[in-house]
Design a protein around this ligand. Structure first.
Ligand SMILES: NC(=O)c1ccc[n+]([C@@H]2O[C@H](COP(=O)([O-])OP(=O)(O)OC[C@H]3O[C@@H](n4cnc5c(N)ncnc54)[C@H](OP(=O)(O)O)[C@@H]3O)[C@@H](O)[C@H]2O)c1
Length: 305
């Protein structure tokens, strides 16, 4: 049964139709919050909602079937959710798409789903005024693993595979890894703009977790993914740090940090360099059609400082 700790509050989880996102949604539902599950596939969403209801009797769940690789759909989702002032938003959806998999806007599906969609969604929500404490969590990936794949700020949308290494079957993974570095850079950029407001923004690595992330991969990359799956932890473990960041007293007021196993860690210098962080912010604004300037929402800092 849910506790009533967060009853009346609204939480949103993207990529909640399976894997880690489903367990994040279940963890938030246990606190009594109403949880909106976002993913593309209506049938998978309904199945996930039913599984969570069985695991958390009395869970208050809603579903939003939205393709986050379509920026117009992300904007419309931000409008609908913004009206309802969610107190928790966990951006978790991600894909490892083939390099030739392009979105309706003509960009690589991994770039849009994994980085531009959370950029647009969280920016649009952050710009809505609120006095109430609000926590944004962006699910990234391993800072250690990602140290070797800096974002190429001259080539955010890798059309050609240029600079994505060898063998070719691994290139979609390198492109994905770069979007995961973008997640950390976005956390730092948004948190600095929201400093002194009631909204906190943090990133989290879920761990190496059994899931479906490699479903569109091929060749040597597919085999590598299967090998990693043998050593991987379960999705409940993967949900632990994101849910802790979204709900715990310990994480109250903490912002602009990246966490692994509930501990703040340093990400690679290429993700924290202020010039690179700002360049990514501006270039992302251009790609999603927002002005580079961010209008911070008013409201007291949760710690009162
Ligand atoms: N698994 C790991 O070892 C690992 C390691 C490091 C980081 N992570 C991160 O953890 C997060 C979750 O990974 P996971 O392993 O749970 O992946 P997963 O099992 O593949 O789940 C991904 C979720 O994202 C949704 N999604 C994908 N494309 C979407 C789109 N265009 N629009 C809306 N929803 C979309 C999928 O739903 P539908 O397909 O039903 O739409 C699904 O619910 C990701 O951010 C990933 O980068 C995972």
């Amino acid at each position: 049964m849910p506790t009533n700790e967060r009853s009346g509050e609204l939480a949103v989880v993207t990529g909640a139709s399976g894997g880690i996102g489903e367990q994040i949604a279940a963890g938030l539902a246990r606190t009594g919050a109403t949880v909106v599950l976002v993913a593309r596939d209506r049938t998978r969403l309904d199945l996930a909602r039913d599984r969570i209801r069985r695991a958390v009797p009395g869970a208050d769940l809603e579903t939003e079937a939205v393709d986050l690789s379509n920026l117009a759909g992300v904007g419309a989702l931000a409008d609908r959710l913004g009206e309802r002032a969610p107190s928790v938003v966990v951006s978790n959806a991600a894909v490892i798409a083939p390099l030739d998999d392009r979105t309706p806007d003509g960009m690589h599906r991994s770039l849009v789903t994994n980085h531009l969609a959370p950029y647009l969604l969280l920016r649009r929500l952050a710009e809505r005024p609120t006095d109430a404490p609000r926590r944004f969590v962006v699910v990234g990936a391993s800072p250690t693993g990602l140290a070797r794949t800096p974002v190429d700020l001259d080539d955010l949308d890798p059309r050609s595979g240029r600079g994505l290494g060898w063998p070719p079957s691994f290139r979609p993974f390198v492109a994905y890894a770069r979007t995961k570095n973008m997640n950390a850079m976005f956390v730092y950029a948004l948190a600095s703009r929201l400093a002194g407001t009631a909204t906190t923004v943090n990133g989290a690595h879920p761990g190496i977790i059994r899931g479906d992330l490699g479903r569109d991969t091929r060749g040597a990359l597919k085999a590598f993914g299967a090998l990693c799956g043998v050593l991987a932890a379960d999705t409940v473990t993967g949900a632990d740090t994101p849910v802790w960041l979204a709900t715990s007293r310990e994480a109250e007021g903490v912002t602009g940090e990246f966490f692994v196993k509930r501990r703040a860690v340093r990400t690679a210098p290429h993700t924290t360099d202020p010039e690179r962080v700002e360049r990514l912010w501006r270039e992302s604004a251009r790609l999603v059609g927002l002005p580079a300037e961010h209008v911070p929402s008013p409201g007291p800092h949760p710690t009162g400082s």
